[in-house]
Design a binder for this molecule. Structure first.
Ligand SMILES: CC[C@H](C(=O)O)C(=O)SCCNC(=O)CCNC(=O)[C@H](O)C(C)(C)COP(=O)(O)OP(=O)(O)OC[C@H]1O[C@@H](n2cnc3c(N)ncnc32)[C@H](O)[C@@H]1OP(=O)(O)O
Length: 235
């Protein structure tokens, strides 16, 4: 999946459509979101937002993007934001809707909202707090701080710094990195992502009940039965 420079209204709709397609991707296991060219995503299209600066339009756009990014985060796929160049404003928020972030050398994630007289509205603050804790989140948002790959690693915002900033090489590296988590049958990978999502989002009793239901979808399934025949050793 390839993001583009800034998020115009058309692109927001396209992102929503891609998410709908991915929700229906029965054999899917993983997803990498990356930018076209040398920018991951520079946030909302400033030309478009200028034309809709009243509060109601802003809230509508905010709810639209919250909904899309929440659905993206809940996809039963393991998702990676491959950050090359800058991820700014709404682009920084988009990175937080993925399970993992990999950063290319020289790249940067920056929540510039304060400088735009705003706060995140696409769910980026809620996700950031859960990811890095409230103190670090407050520093990143109130300082509109540039987060380079090294700082992102220290904060737990990024998993790894890639060795190349070249688009093709970085994508290949990200694919190899992701493959360690997507190896195996889609039904099992999707179930893994689902139990983690419910564990994160639901109160414990509901999470336990839902985990049992998800367990029921893989117990006695083809991968489970084959494993019982193969009896792999885990030493
Ligand atoms: C804050 C929250 C929020 C929301 O919730 O809606 C947003 O996301 S608001 C948008 C926040 N993003 C910005 O303010 C980005 C401002 N732009 C920049 O900082 C730079 O352009 C940068 C760092 C993205 C790229 O810098 P670089 O030196 O590599 O290139 P240029 O500056 O020459 O940019 C090329 C060209 O792209 C236009 N551009 C970049 N980002 C946007 C944008 N978000 N909307 C509209 N246009 C954008 C930039 O103006 C240049 O156009 P040009 O006609 O060549 O001047």
């Amino acid at each position: 999946m390839c993001a583009n420079k800034s998020e115009s209204g058309t692109m927001m709709l396209e992102l929503q459509e891609r998410v709908t397609e991915l929700e229906n991707w029965k054999d899917g296991k993983g997803l990498i979101i990356y930018g076209a060219g040398n920018t991951f995503c520079s946030g909302s299209d400033l030309n478009a937002v200028k034309a809709m600066s009243n509060s109601q339009d802003g809230m509508n756009m905010c709810m639209f993007m919250q909904n899309t990014l929440t659905r993206l985060m809940r996809l039963p796929l393991i998702s990676v934001a491959l950050v090359q160049g800058k991820a700014i404003g709404g682009g920084a928020e988009l990175t937080t809707a993925c399970d993992f972030r990999l950063m290319a050398p020289g790249s940067e994630i920056r929540f510039v909202h304060k400088h735009m007289g705003l706060v995140p509205g696409w769910g980026g603050a809620a996700r950031l707090v859960r990811m890095v804790g409230s103190r670090a989140a407050l520093q990143l948002l109130s300082g509109a701080a540039r987060v380079d790959p090294q700082r992102a690693l220290c904060l737990g915002l990024s998993e790894e710094t890639l060795s190349s900033s070249d688009g093709t090489k970085a994508l290949e590296e990200a694919q190899v990195w992701l493959s360690q988590y997507t190896e195996g049958p889609a039904s099992v990978i999707q179930a893994v992502k689902k139990v983690v999502t419910v564990g994160r989002e639901l109160p414990l009793e509901d999470a336990l009940r839902t985990e049992k239901d998800i367990f029921g979808t893989v117990w006695g399934g083809p991968a489970n039965l084959q494993a019982l025949v193969r009896r792999p050793k885990h030493n």
